[in-house]
Write a protein that binds this ligand. Structure first.
Ligand SMILES: O=C(O)[C@H](O)[C@@H](O)[C@H](O)[C@H](O)COP(=O)(O)O
Length: 285
């Protein structure tokens, strides 16, 4: 079978993250239902950063089959599990401590047992292999849902622009000791794993991300790490809040599903029409 084309992205735009959290929770729960129906369980991977806070809407969701969840972390700092730098810890504070996922289905690495970064990465890769070998892993595991952020330089998980890890094709989990921001020592899922999933959702908020998002989405030829996560159809979704998407040029406002921000939507459509009319006029001159 020829390789499937990358999915055209689906965009949701929210006025604020307060509005986004409920829709994101609904989206995750729907993805869970779909996965459990088709494959009997739900494998989800969570990226470091502000994402954890945006998952708090999962608490109190009804009809969730928490016992079917298998939670992994796209990237993790080599810090104790109760450190505020720990991705696991951020997610515990946000929602994991309030939902009944069996603890052995939340897959962490414990630096109090292992200090060496290479060993940490190997240990986490073994956990992935142990889990996915029983189900769908051929060359790479296929997560039901990858939840990702985009950092100020276009990084995602702990894959930073220009870093040698971006070319890693063999390992599922790799390590770095030179992260340019935050804790330097980390492990991260590699690009083939991030991209080889049923659905990837990027959650991005804040107008300070607008310029960088323009580079990620409108100029993929620049090859920023976040531009390279392109699951096969139909799996690429963006949740935007607080004007994060205001710098995009390639996608018209009509490509967005505007949630609770009709006024902004109307303004964006009107601005796009004015721009198109101006261009047409300039063409005539
Ligand atoms: O440690 C980190 O920060 C992550 O490695 C990074 O890739 C993160 O996912 C993005 O920076 C988005 O984070 P924010 O949503 O917090 O900006």
């Amino acid at each position: 079978m020829p390789p499937q084309p990358p999915a055209p992205p689906v965009f949701y735009s929210f006025p604020t993250t307060d509005v986004l959290v409920d829709s994101l929770a609904n989206f995750v729960v729907k993805a869970q239902r779909d996965a459990v129906e088709k494959r009997g369980k739900f494998t989800i991977a969570l990226s470091r950063g502000s994402l954890a806070a945006n998952l708090k809407g999962l608490v109190g969701q009804e009809n969730v089959q928490w016992d079917k969840w298998e939670v992994f972390f796209c990237d993790e700092a080599a810090v104790p599990l109760d450190s505020e730098d720990s991705n696991y810890h951020s997610n515990v504070l946000s929602f994991l401590s309030d939902v009944p996922i069996p603890p052995n289905q939340i897959h962490t690495v414990d630096v109090s047992q292992l200090q060496d970064l290479e060993e940490l990465a190997d240990e986490y890769e073994k956990q992935l292999i142990g889990h996915f070998a029983r189900s769908n892993a051929a060359r790479y595991p296929t997560f039901d849902l990858m939840l990702l952020g985009i950092g100020p330089d276009g990084e995602t998980a702990s894959l930073f622009p220009g870093h040698e890890l971006l070319t890693e094709k063999d390992a599922w989990v790799a390590y770095l000791d030179d992260a340019p921001r935050g804790p330097k020592r980390r492990i991260t899922m590699t690009l083939p794993v991030l991209t080889h999933c049923y659905r990837a959702v990027f959650v991005v908020s804040g107008s300070e991300k607008a310029e960088m998002l323009h580079a990620v989405l409108d100029e993929p030829e620049k090859g920023l790490p976040s531009s390279k996560v392109r699951p096969a159809s139909p799996g690429l979704v963006f949740f935007f809040a607080d004007n994060a998407a205001s710098g995009l040029t390639k996608y018209p406002p009509t490509a967005f599903r505007w949630i609770d921000n009709e006024k902004e939507a109307e303004e964006a459509v009107a601005a796009a029409k004015r721009k198109a009319a101006r261009r047409a006029e300039e063409g005539e001159e």
